[in-house]
Design a protein around this ligand. Structure first.
Ligand code: MF3
Ligand code: CO
Ligand code: CO
Length: 254
């Protein structure tokens, strides 16, 4: 999967990624506190852009391959890349993934969480909890000398063990001064397979877990990915670095 070289970051570059990651974590925390019935996804986007500029950063999604907004807001059956919209008002019982990627001093911090709007259905609650645990199991599978496939295997086993499915069409990715680069990090796979993990590698893990089928389809707008069966999808994302003895989560809120 991909013959592109994987960049190993220097100590200095890792410090830059730490700073961008922390800013991303703070932005996501800030936006999460605004999630309530009655707010529009456009209001979340506008506050994200304002807050990002106030903190001396820019929004990587804005204008990225023509993407029109500063964040992604993926509600209920939207798998990823939902576009904020003033007519989309959050309702009690919805789930919403907010995905932010500020660029600070040239470096990207990429993180997302799925939030409950008011009170979730039992199924929504279960799906979101399982998805967050998938991210943490994926991160726990990262170790220098390990393989990319260890990550997906851990995620797939947990998600499918709970009767859910793993999206295939979107994967984690290397990230540094470039938003999306090698390696690709699938959220399914086989332990012991794939590229070797080495200290200095920086990438995201961002499992999208579905209530029903894993199949997704991209809408006419060229971005919004929906579940094919229109059942729920949830996602959590961190940016992390492989270290000498394990893993550092760069977008964990300090
Ligand atoms: N933040 C997304 C990711 O996790 C990418 C969004 S690209 C955009 O990789 F153009 F849709 F914003
Ligand atoms: Co993201
Ligand atoms: Co990402």
């Amino acid at each position: 999967m991909g013959s592109e070289r994987i960049t190993l970051l220097s100590k200095r570059e890792l410090e830059k990624m730490r700073q961008a990651g922390q800013l991303a974590a703070q932005l996501l925390d800030h936006l999460g506190k605004m999630v309530k019935p009655g707010i529009s996804t456009l209001e979340l986007d506008q506050e994200a852009e304002r807050w990002t500029q106030e903190h001396g950063a820019t929004s990587a999604p804005l204008g990225y391959h023509g993407y029109p907004k500063s964040i992604c807001t993926s509600v209920n059956e939207v798998v990823c890349h939902g576009i904020p919209n003033g007519k989309q008002i959050l309702q009690d019982g919805d789930i919403i993934n907010i995905d932010v990627t500020p660029i600070l001093d040239g470096y990207h911090g990429d993180t997302s969480r799925t939030f409950f709007v008011g009170t979730p259905s039992p199924t929504a609650k279960k799906l979101v909890e399982v998805t967050e645990e998938c991210l943490h199991r994926g991160i726990a599978a990262v170790q220098p000398g390990g393989r990319i496939g260890d990550i997906g295997a851990a995620i797939q086993e947990y998600a499918e063990g709970h009767g859910f499915s793993v999206v295939r069409d979107f994967v984690g990715h290397g990230i540094n001064r470039v938003f999306h680069t090698a390696p690709q990090v699938p959220h399914y796979g086989t332990k012991g397979k794939g590229k070797r993990l080495r200290p200095g590698m920086v990438f995201t893990i961002e499992p999208m877990i579905n209530e029903g089928t894993w199949e997704a389809e991209v809408q006419e707008d060229g971005w919004t990915a929906l579940t094919k069966d229109r059942k729920l999808s949830a996602q959590f994302e961190h940016t992390l670095a492989v270290t000498q003895d394990g893993v550092e989560i760069l977008t964990r809120l300090e």
